[in-house]
Every structure is written in C-alpha cells, then in structure tokens.
Design a protein around this ligand. Structure first.
Ligand SMILES: *Cc1c(COP(=O)(O)O)cnc(C)c1O
Length: 365
C-alpha cells in the first residue's frame, strides 16, 4: 500500500465542478480584484472565527506582518514567539524591523507560559503564540502573565482554523489572528492566500488600507504600504471550500483519534487539553528511534515528514539574534524526536490502519 504525505489533487476532485463553475463565472464577469466575492468570503470567515471582522490578504505571512505594521510595531520593539514554529512566525517579526524573542515550548509543542515572564522586557510589544499542529496554545495562561502590561496577543493561527480553546474559536482569543490558506493548510486554496480575524474595528480599518497600498480611496494613500490583496478567484474558491470545512475537520479529528488509539503504547501521541478542540493540521508523534522508523516506513510506502527539523533560533537567518545550541532545550530535544504522519480528509481508514500496523511492527522487531 502507498500512503503519500499529501494528496492535494484528491480534494480538488471532490469540489472540481463547483470550482470550475466559479472560475467560469468570474472569468466571464471580468471581476478579478476585490469585489463582492472577496467581501462575502471575509464575512463568512469572520462568522466562522466568531469575530466581528476578517480581512483577506495574499498569504499567512503577510497576515502577521500587516497586523504588526498596523500596530506600529517595528525598530526597537521586541515580539515574543516560539522557536519550534514554521519560519514565518519569526520571519514576520523581523520583516517589520522588530526583534523576535523566543520562549521555549511545553510537551504540547506550544508556548510554555511558565517561561514567559523571564522573556518580557519594557520593549515587549506583542506575543505571537502559535497554535502549532492545530492545537490551541494556552492563551489564558499567557494573558495571566501579561497582566496589565500593554502587550498584545497576536495569534499565529495558520495551522489551526476551526480549533477551539475553552469553547472559543482560535483567532478570537487575542487582538488578532493570522491565518494561512496555503494549499497545505486545513482550509486550502489553489495557491497562496491568508486572512486576519479581529474584533477591533480600528485595526480592521487600518488593515483594509494596509493590504492595498495604504489607499483610503482610489486616488489617495494615507500610509505607504504593500499590495497584499487576495485574488478574487481565490476568494470564490474559498467560499466553496469553507462550506466543506466542518466535515473535513471532523475527518482530521477522526483520523487523529484512530492513530492515537493504535499508537499510544509505542510512541508519544499528541495531547490535547480535554476542554479544547484541536484540528490536527499535523499529527505529530515522538520517538527516540525516529530516523530508523522513518526509513522503515518509507520502505513500506508510508511517507512521513518532520515539522520542523531545525529550530528557528538555530537557523542562519537568526544568527544576528545571538542564540545558541542549548538555549531552548525542550524545542531542541523535540526537534530530534518528532515526526508527522500523513493526515488529510481524503486518507482512508485502511491507509491509517496500515500506517499503524507498520509502526507497531517496527517496534515489535
Ligand atoms: C504556514 C504558516 C505560516 C505562513 O503562512 P503562508 O500562507 O505560507 O505565508 C505562518 N505560521 C505558521 C505556523 C504556518 O504554519
């Protein structure tokens, strides 16, 4: 049996007719930038995230960059995030001119709030917790540490659309949430795409300008900015695909449960607080025999990956920050032991069971 790590074509085929008809409708109308389809998508995304507003942008990295730009976070400011995330979490902070400051993670792969206080300085302007793998970070513990300081929480929810923390949707927990709709994310469009969720009207108004050259109307810019609009055709595809997301999310969760049931005796399986609901963008297991297990599975048709093999503080891009090996022991240890199993709605139970049989077989030998 073959179990590829991703199969984007399979999901496309499920909604192919709907997408093609949207493509034809927009092509014939000539509406290619912004317009009603984008507005409709933003309303639907805001409803989905249980926030007042959603603003679509070109990708998830821009979502984070533009929120920080809107808040005037830049030169001389520090923004705290985690060192085990995808590059963009720290990259976005650097791109606005601020300094990324890392805090180690806990066993849930998310920011360890007990280590947060030590990283806060008078220059700390924001904390960007990442809901890594689609499992919500402990936001209440983070806001408790912040106390009355004027430090905002910007959720990096790129991997977590639909997840809930104590009954509340991610993206509604901080001042703003940054989401990615990249083809590999749980709600995936046919190229780069992203959005920001927020309950702040003033932030919403600034973001609408900042994603479009700082324009307040067709002819007048109030602040130099970039072009980070979401293509209208992608928004139309998004309207089609968002309607399917709840059932796809249930499938992610069912696959995760099936993995956990069969694998928890042989490897460390993901832990989700009972009051929270994770969406399993990745299903990450931990084992000290990772390299051998990955090779064993590869030889048996099962593709696995590592999210992520190089912690952010050890990347060349971070060299000017002055971090070194040993600074974040939990992140560094995890990066040696974690591996991600295939998980996507189109994966069959037979494939999941096959992966589990192979893994159990590896540990029996
Ligand atoms: C994917 C991702 C991003 C960036 O999203 P893009 O749409 O690829 O720019 C940011 N943060 C995390 C945690 C991600 O997984």
């Amino acid at each position: 049996m073959q179990v590829p790590f991703v199969n984007l074509g399979a999901q496309f085929q499920l909604v192919e007719d709907e997408l093609v008809s949207e493509f034809l409708r927009l092509g014939r109308s000539g509406q290619f930038i912004l317009g009603e389809d984008v507005e409709k998508f933003e309303r639907q995304l805001a409803d989905f995230c249980e926030t007042e507003y959603a603003i679509s942008v070109a990708n998830g990295t821009d979502a984070l960059i533009l929120v920080m730009k809107a808040l005037n976070i830049g030169e001389g400011d520090e923004v705290i995030t985690v060192p085990n995330s995808f590059i963009a979490s720290a990259g976005a902070i650097s791109v606005v001119g601020a300094t990324p400051v890392f805090v180690d993670v806990g066993e849930d792969y998310n920011l360890d709030a007990t280590k947060l206080e030590a990283a806060i300085t008078p220059n700390t302007k924001a904390i960007v917790p990442v809901h890594l793998t689609g499992n919500p970070a402990d936001i209440d513990a983070i806001t408790d540490v912040i106390g009355d300081r004027e430090i905002v929480v910007i959720e990096d929810a790129a991997q977590a659309i639909g997840a809930t923390y104590r009954g509340k949707k991610v993206g509604s927990l901080g001042l703003a949430g940054g989401f990615s709709l990249h083809p590999l994310k749980n709600l995936s469009l046919l190229g780069d795409a992203g959005f920001i969720s927020t309950n702040s009207e003033s932030l919403y108004q600034s973001l609408k300008q900042l994603r479009n050259h700082g324009l307040e109307n067709r002819d007048h810019s109030v602040q130099w900015s970039v072009n980070s609009r979401l293509d209208t055709v992608q928004a139309a595809f998004g309207n089609v695909k968002l309607a399917h997301l709840p059932k796809w999310t249930e499938r992610f969760q069912a696959i995760a449960a099936r993995y956990s049931e069969q694998l928890s005796d042989v490897v460390t399986c993901p832990k989700v607080r009972p009051e929270d609901c994770a969406v399993f963008h990745n299903y990450v297991i931990r084992t000290t025999e990772r390299e051998a297990l990955m090779g064993f599975l590869k030889a048996r048709g099962v593709d696995t990956k590592i999210h992520y093999p190089i912690p952010l503080h050890l990347m060349d891009a971070a060299s000017a920050l002055g971090y070194k090996h040993g600074d974040f022991p939990e992140t560094e240890k995890q990066s040696q032991e974690i591996m991600s199993l295939p998980i996507y709605p189109e994966l069959t139970d037979e494939q999941v069971d096959y992966v589990c049989q192979q893994i159990c077989g590896f540990f029996e030998t």
